[in-house]
Design a protein around this ligand. Structure first.
Ligand code: SF4
Ligand code: SF4
Length: 371
């Protein structure tokens, strides 16, 4: 067996560092692989539990059951040399779909500094450690993808992926304009196949409907009172901000290192309008759209959506529609961050929104898998 071919293009030329104040990824409960159980059974048996997920894998306990990992002290890992593979991999994600690619979690602030270790070299080392798991996931995913492509062929809904990606890339700045996005969203379920270059000026668009969709999508991810299930935003001062939503209220809290939450504010989501980026913000947004457009996990999410919609819609329209939903979700979150943190809708505000959003984006359902 050898390491499968891996696409490293998303992380090529990138450097990653891990500032000592962060610890944000230690809020995700780390899985312990079977081969790693020996160390924990022998040295830290009380720090092992089983996950609440259906597969019931072993994982590390969290402070107070919902805070950071119990091995995190003063934002540093107290078992660093023996930390699980799960922890070593962050902020890299190996996505297994039609092939294997590495995606970079932009919620990690260490991915934005331009300093630190060479990302490709780090990911290659991780791939060597995960050879067996990557091969077995690839075998499983190949079968799923074969079935998916066969169903698409029979339903006559598939188009050439690279042509669709190129068309989006050629029109990328338009995807930062709310009026254009609203038109696309209006048409995705109606047109046989959209031509991005020639959307008629007469196409109706409903800003209110789009704003409601953006708010609903963002609120869905915050709709829990379990801190383990809601989005985390690690701000520039390294605070772990969490947002929990009920029907008419979003509560903003900060979690401390012991797992306690302190409420900082709240807002009625209806009081947050969906705002457009300014010219500098649009540039940053376009760069992020370009990353999404190249991600295999984004493609896997489009495929998942086609399956969920019973293969009734054209691939191109579903692809553009998924991109638009993603963009308005991000922009609504940027608008919410601006409400609480005054981050604005310029380059800085959009960058902070990406930091807030990308971890959840990588969690979107897909027919492939992260290893
Ligand atoms: S999120 Fe990134 S910077 Fe923060 S602790 Fe994890 S790897 Fe380090
Ligand atoms: S084991 Fe260490 S690196 Fe992993 S989540 Fe816990 S504190 Fe963080």
């Amino acid at each position: 067996m050898s390491i499968p071919e891996i696409d490293y293009s998303e992380i090529a030329g990138k450097k990653i560092e891990c500032p000592s104040e962060c610890g944000m990824c230690c809020l995700c409960q780390p899985e312990i692989l079977p081969q790693e159980m020996g160390f924990f059974r022998n040295n830290h048996p009380k720090s092992v539990t089983t996950s609440k997920t259906p597969d019931r894998h072993f994982c590390i306990t969290m402070k107070k059951g919902h805070g950071s990992c119990s091995f995190l002290n003063n934002r540093r890992c107290s078992i660093y040399q023996n930390r699980p593979t799960f922890c070593r991999q962050f902020p890299y994600h190996f996505y297994v779909g039609d092939g294997v690619s590495v995606e970079l979690d932009l919620s990690c602030r260490g991915a934005w500094t331009g300093e630190g270790n060479d990302a490709v070299a780090e990911a290659q080392e991780l791939a060597e450690r995960s050879e067996k798991r990557l091969n077995s996931a690839l075998k499983e995913a190949s079968q799923v993808y074969r079935e998916f492509h066969a169903i698409c062929k029979e339903a006559g809904v598939m188009s050439d992926v690279s042509t669709i990606r190129q068309a989006l890339s050629a029109n990328i700045m338009k995807f930062t304009d709310l009026a254009y996005i609203a038109k696309i969203m209006d048409r995705t379920l109606e047109e046989p196949k959209m031509d991005l270059e020639n959307l008629s000026p007469d196409n109706k668009f409903d800003m209110k409907e789009m704003e409601d969709a953006a708010r609903d999508t963002a609120l869905e991810s915050m709709a829990s009172d379990d801190p383990m299930s809601v989005p985390v935003y690690c701000d520039k001062d390294w605070n772990w901000n969490m947002f929990m939503a009920s029907k008419d209220k979003i509560v903003w809290s900060v979690m401390n290192d012991d797992g306690d939450l302190e409420e900082k504010g709240s807002v009625n989501p209806m009081d947050i309008p969906l705002r457009a980026p300014d010219a500098d913000g649009a540039e940053v947004l376009a760069q992020y759209i370009s990353i999404l457009n190249g991600r295999e996990s984004f493609l896997g999410n489009v495929y998942y959506t086609m399956d969920r919609l019973d293969y009734e819609d054209d691939f191109a329209n579903t692809y553009y529609g998924c991109m638009c939903v993603t963009i308005v979700d991000l922009l609504w979150r940027a608008s919410m961050l601006d409400h609480f943190f005054h981050t604005g809708m310029g380059a800085e505000g959009i960058k902070e929104a990406i930091i807030f959003y990308d971890m959840d984006r990588l969690d979107a359902p897909t027919i492939g898998a992260f290893v």
